[in-house]
Design a protein around this ligand. Structure first.
Ligand SMILES: *Cc1c(COP(=O)(O)O)cnc(C)c1O
Length: 383
């Protein structure tokens, strides 16, 4: 095999970002400090949002936002089975019961009609996932939430850069969580943030991300400028470091160009593969939007391809091309089956997608030649 391995995803870190990390390391202040403060400001501006809280990951963000919503035993949280398991795990860790609804097989986003049917008196929160960077229908979702007095926590891990009817995800609605994992649209190594319009929730997440320490509470009673503090909640340790923010400051500046290239590559796949019987391509909803193309995820048609998704991934690997699996239907993992009684057949569209979905290579520095190579290799595998 002469050609080098092509990964399905690869972060793009420019020289300015690397220099910023080095400057941070040399500054003597590497954990949460001035660079996180600046990154917070820049994100607030980007989202036009009143409250942004950078954290160590999106998983941390989901966990803290759900903790801040103060779920009581038996409270139900509605989400999709076609997601990363962090979405379900954090619901459970925050004391909620995950209630799943099937996906729309066209967009792979949660089916909002089924969300309406799943709402009970115990429902407290809806957690939609903007799958692959395609927004859920926000007008319909928020209408539903308003009518039933529910909170909405958007798992927007895929969706920095996603636009719904002219508005950025994160710039409107209730609360959103974004991820800065290396595979996501921008990266801080590991990292994420909570974005919210809710001052109370922002305050709680702010406390919970760093041990529950409230310096202001102490300052109210003591001398200012002291290192002392009060503990007002039992918190965790989910703060972002300045080393991470150093990357984020420059990644955010590049986001638009990253999305532009991701879009070019995704559209190139859509056009090239349009007539291939082996694929069912990602569908687009009728409402105005911009897809952020975090991943490009067609579904294999096993009969036309004469192979399973897993066989396809294996053959690609043998040809030195990486692919990703986002995701198997989460409810079929042993823990959720045993704990919540989920079983095969519960969510047929999510299960079918989970068996057939593949993430093809897509990242901002991918060249047209590399893209052609992926298409050529796929052609040779199928014919
Ligand atoms: C990546 C991802 C997460 C978790 O993000 P981390 O920053 O890695 O914790 C959560 N939900 C979805 C849908 C994701 O893709």
């Amino acid at each position: 095999m002469s050609e080098e391995f092509l990964p399905f995803s690869r972060p793009s870190i420019n020289r300015a970002a690397i220099d910023e990390v080095v400057a941070c390391l040399e500054s003597g202040w590497i954990t949460t400090g001035p660079r996180v403060a600046q990154f917070t400001e820049n994100l607030r501006e980007y989202f036009s949002a009143p409250f942004v809280l950078p954290l160590s990951s999106a998983t941390a963000g989901l966990h803290l936002a759900l903790l801040a919503l103060d779920l009581q035993p038996g409270d139900e949280v509605i989400t999709t089975p076609l997601t990363f398991v962090a979405t379900l795990n954090t619901i459970i860790l925050a004391g909620g019961k995950p209630v799943l609804v099937d996906i729309d097989p066209h967009t792979l986003n949660m089916d909002l009609n089924q969300v309406a049917d799943a709402i009970t008196e115990k429902t407290k929160v809806i957690v939609p996932v903007h799958f692959a960077g395609l927004p859920v229908d926000m007008d319909v979702l928020y209408q539903l939430a308003q009518v039933h007095h529910l909170r909405v926590l958007e798992d927007a891990a895929h969706a920095i850069g996603t636009v719904y009817k002219g508005k950025r995800i994160g710039s409107f609605g209730d609360t959103q969580v974004f991820s800065f994992h290396p595979n996501k649209n921008i990266t801080t190594g590991e990292g994420g943030c909570v974005v919210t319009t809710d001052a109370e929730l922002a305050k709680k997440v702010g406390l919970l991300r760093f041990h529950g320490i409230d310096r202001e509470a102490w300052n109210r009673y003591g001398k200012s400028g002291n290192q002392d503090y009060e503990i007002v909640l039992p918190g965790l340790k989910y703060n972002m470091m300045d080393i991470q923010a150093a990357l984020g400051l420059h990644q955010l500046q590049e986001l638009e160009s990253f999305i532009a290239r991701r879009t070019e590559l995704a559209e190139r796949y859509q056009e090239a593969l349009a007539d291939w019987p082996q694929w069912q391509l990602p569908g687009t909803p009728a409402f105005a939007h911009r897809h952020a193309w975090h991943i490009y995820t067609p579904l294999i048609n096993e009969q036309a391809a004469h192979m399973s998704r897993d066989e396809f991934m294996q053959k690609m690997k043998e040809k030195n091309i990486g692919t990703g699996l986002h995701y198997r239907a989460a409810h079929l993992y042993p823990y959720y089956r045993e704990e919540f009684g989920f079983k095969p057949g519960d969510f047929p569209y999510a299960e079918s997608a989970g068996e057939r979905i593949v993430s093809l290579p897509l990242f901002p520095t991918m060249t047209d030649a590399q893209h052609d190579r992926v298409l050529d290799v796929m052609y040779s595998i199928f014919n």
